[in-house]
Structure formats: C-alpha cells, structure tokens
Design a protein around this ligand. Sequence first.
Ligand SMILES: *Cc1c(COP(=O)(O)O)cnc(C)c1O
Length: 350
Amino acid sequence: MFRKRLENFSNYTTPQIECLVKADANENLLELPEELKNIILDTLKNSISNLCFYPEINSQPLKEALARFYNLKNENFIVGNGSDQIIQLIVQACCEEDDQVFFLYPSFTMYRITAELFDVGFCFFDFTSQWEIDIDKIIDRIKTNEKIKVIFIDTPNNPTGIAWSTENLKALVEAFPSKLVVIDNAYGEYSDIDYIEFVRRYNNTIILKTFSKIGFAGIRCGYGIANENIIKNLHKVKPPYNVNILTQHIAIKVLENFEILKDNIKFIKNERDKMIQKLKGYYCVIQSEANFVTVVDEYADKIFEYLVTNKILVKKFDVGSHKLLRITLGKPQDNDIIIENLIRFKKEKA
Ligand SMILES: *Cc1c(COP(=O)(O)O)cnc(C)c1O
C-alpha cells in the first residue's frame, strides 16, 4: 500500500522526556513583553470574525508586512508553515529523480530527511577538526558532483552555532551560479552577520527565516527571501492556504512591533556569551552565534543522562567520532542551573 521508500524511513522525532529545564529545541523561552502580548491578544480578538474565511491563498498581507520590514517587494517573499515547509518546496521545485542536495555535516536534520522523503540523493561535507569551514575544500567537493542542484547552508549552523562569514558565502555562491544556495538564517537574530544583500546581488540564493527561534515556535511560520524568479517558481509547488489566518495576523504584529522584542533577543545573546565564558574552563565549547551553546565532549552520553536525572533536557548529537550537547539558552535561573550541573559533573568525574 505504501511507497517502498517508507519502509525504513524515520521522520523527525523528539523524545518526550519529563523535565523542569527544557533546553532541547532552541525555542525562545523568555516571557513575552506585556505590551506585545496585549497587541497579539487584540489581533486575535479581531480575527475571530474572520475564521469562517480561507486565509489569503499566498499570505499576501503577511508578505506586505515583510516587504515593509525588509524594504523589499512582496514578490521577494514566500511564506510557509514553518521554514521546514520552504525547505520542502525548494527540494520539490529544484530536484528531479537522480539529483542531489548538499549540506554540511552536521547541519539541520531536515535537509537530509526532506531529500529522502522526495527520493532525492544527498551528499555532505564535514567541518574541520577545529570546527572551521574549509571553503576551498567545500567548493572542490561540490565541483566533483554534477548532480547537486541545491546547497543548504545553515548559518548560524544547527547544532554548532557556527556562522559563515559573508566572504566564504560569497565565494560559494559565485562558484555555482546555476545551483541554488539556500542561506538558512533561522538564528539570524542572534548573530551580527546580515546576509540580506545576497538577495539583491545574486539570483541563485534564497534566505530562509523563521519566527520559531524568536519566541513564536507555536505559530509555525517561516519565510523565504529571494529574487522574483525563484519566488515565482517556489509558489508553483506551494499548497494553497498553507499559512492559517491566526498565524498570519500574529506574524504581522510581531514584525510591526519588532522593536519590543529586541531586548529579549539581546538578553539571550548576553546569556549565551556568559555561558560560553563559564563553561570554557571545563568543556570544549564551540563559539556559537545562535540562541544555544554547544559543547563537544567524549562523555556526552553520560552528561546527557546526568542532566536528565536532574530534570534538565538538552539535545545530544553523534557527529562522526564527536559527541555534541546542544544547550538552548532560556531564563537566567535555568541557564545557571545547567551551568552548575555541567560544572558539577566535571568536578565529580575528575
Ligand atoms: C529550527 C530550524 C528551522 C525550522 O524552523 P521552522 O520555521 O520552525 O520550521 C530551519 N532551519 C534551521 C537551521 C533550524 O534550526
């Protein structure tokens, strides 16, 4: 009854582990500012009489808000049910059977999962042993594979937090004018590097953004920014009405009142830099530009269990011979609990 492909296919899952400190999913767990809460409550109240209607088929009102926010045109945007959906649309629009997508290893799991789901191949390239991006080797690797149609670059990278310099990214984009380079900027708000000029300069890039990592994972809303031709083609494979009315209205208000969120984002960046400083003496900590901190440790499995025993949930990754723990920043008291536990583990072990 089902496609052969599905027999051994496993979709994205997250473990349901009971915890007091949830630091596993890169959500922004700070309380929303009261002012923004009230604005959103008002808009939900006003939306109630529109629930009988389908939403605008291509999220036009939200695109207009995005165009104002970025000082671009409506035609530069596509909106999805999370940026996960845009990743899916890109694979559907660009890849035929036998084509491949490229990504770094490690990077966001959905690139591989989406490729597999659509019977598209994939290939990847590692960071250096010092967790650096070897741009020359990456370009060489891609050059040897004609089948690659799409290059996924998450910057800041998930799960390391490493951001690509604009120089490296330019070299990549310019090396492959006929491949689509996806700049997945899900954590962009937490980094100082701005890639928006790529949309104006190059016609083979799309930037992906999301509301998920800035306090609105629950509304499922992400978007792509690119030139009109890319956007037009992605719309051809987009399901109609893919973003619901409530989500659109909330997203518009978040954009219109973004100033109110800025302190919250600044606060997390500050907590991140503090956590990196405090853990540095005990762990190999990667320099993150996202809302999480990642440590590399051969005892990651034990540390993970130790944290779970203490009701703390982080995310663990096996990356080749390395083991990583990715810790989402949250409320300061929770961040402190995590730091205490991580340091206590090292002291007890030593
Ligand atoms: C979380 C994440 C996304 C997915 O965002 P949604 O909008 O929630 O689907 C995309 N890319 C990266 C790198 C992420 O970490």
